[in-house]
Design a protein around this ligand. Structure first.
Ligand code: SF4
Ligand code: SF4
Length: 305
């Protein structure tokens, strides 16, 4: 038995869910879904010197995020894991716990690696529901979904990308990236000249999660707000510490750090890469740098060595 919804019923089904959720479609967004749970800038506490009160801003909205790519859901699964380690990030989870993730994807789903409910395209008119969590089950409304014994199923194969293939072997990627830096591969000099150090690749990446902390004090000294904001390996002050010392002075070192975190350190910590091959970093890079081309060159040379 398959649980099926007609394509032309999806809009009505989502409209009905508006009673319980704020619905957000991520399809045309530049910033990824992480922005709703880990915003670009967020106050984490406010201290008032006069009253002596410390307050923590709370934000508990019930969001229903509609994603159109499996990669977005997979990235959220990874981010959830990161935000639980070494202990749960309260600011992230106060928002994330309330929310549900729905995928409406125009491809066949071989293995779902994230989300609460996925609607998988099975033919021109119909989508099949894949329920992944109890929260996802609650979204199924009888008026819109029907059980069908043998629906007409067509295969919609996802676009194959070399980067996706590379991600299948995180161990090889981890070794190759580390090797390229240790052996002073020429690609890092080239990228050090090409990269503008703007941080855009990190902001648009659905998994990047580094942040910095800043205190803002009112001019009259009464109120202090501590806030956290997105940071990026490639930004000039990313590795600068108190006293002014900067551990990664050059763009070359900072750009490599982005790769190191995603492919070497992430493999050591989680046994996988922190990349889902969404291609957003290359799409928005003003210098035209493609993570796929960089990795293909490094892995190609590593295999030849
Ligand atoms: S392709 Fe780029 S933006 Fe997408 S997950 Fe990988 S590193 Fe992040
Ligand atoms: S978006 Fe491109 S230019 Fe900007 S930091 Fe990333 S790689 Fe460098």
């Amino acid at each position: 038995m398959s649980l099926i919804i007609e394509k032309n019923q999806i809009k009505g089904w989502l409209a009905g869910l508006k009673k319980n959720f704020i619905i957000i479609e991520t399809k045309k967004m530049v910033l990824p879904a992480k922005q709703y749970f880990f915003p670009p800038k967020e106050d984490i506490f406010i201290f008032n010197k006069i009253s002596g009160k410390l307050s923590v801003p709370e934000k508990r909205e019930k969001l229903l995020l509609v994603c159109s790519h499996l990669g977005e859901l997979e990235a959220m699964t990874q981010l959830d894991e990161i935000m639980k380690t070494p202990r749960p990030d309260w600011y992230y989870w106060q928002k994330r716990d309330q929310s549900v993730l729905v995928g409406i994807v125009d491809q066949s789903v071989e293995a779902a690696s994230g989300g609460d409910l996925i609607l998988e395209k099975i033919n021109k008119e119909q989508y099949r529901a894949l329920i992944l969590t109890a929260q996802g089950k609650k979204l199924i409304k009888k008026d819109f979904f029907k059980e069908i014994e043998k629906p007409k199923i067509k295969k919609y194969l996802p676009e194959s990308k070399p980067l996706k293939e590379l991600l299948l072997d995180p161990e090889l990627l981890s070794e190759a990236v580390a090797w390229s830096w240790q052996t002073k591969h020429k690609i890092w000099d080239e990228l050090g000249k090409k990269c503008l150090g703007c941080g855009i690749c990190t902001y648009v990446c659905p998994i990047c999660h580094c942040f910095s902390i800043e205190d803002r004090v009112d001019l009259d000294g009464e109120k202090c707000v501590r806030c956290r904001q997105w940071d990026a390996c490639t930004l000039p002050r990313f590795a600068q510490v108190a006293g002014g010392h900067n551990f990664h002075k050059s763009i070359k070192e900072r750009y490599y750090n982005w790769f190191y975190h995603k492919f070497v350190r992430a493999y050591k910590e989680y046994g996988r890469t922190q990349c889902v091959a969404c291609g957003q970093c290359a799409r928005y890079c003003p210098a035209g740098i493609s993570i796929e081309k960089v990795l293909l060159e490094i892995v190609g040379d590593y295999k030849k060595k």
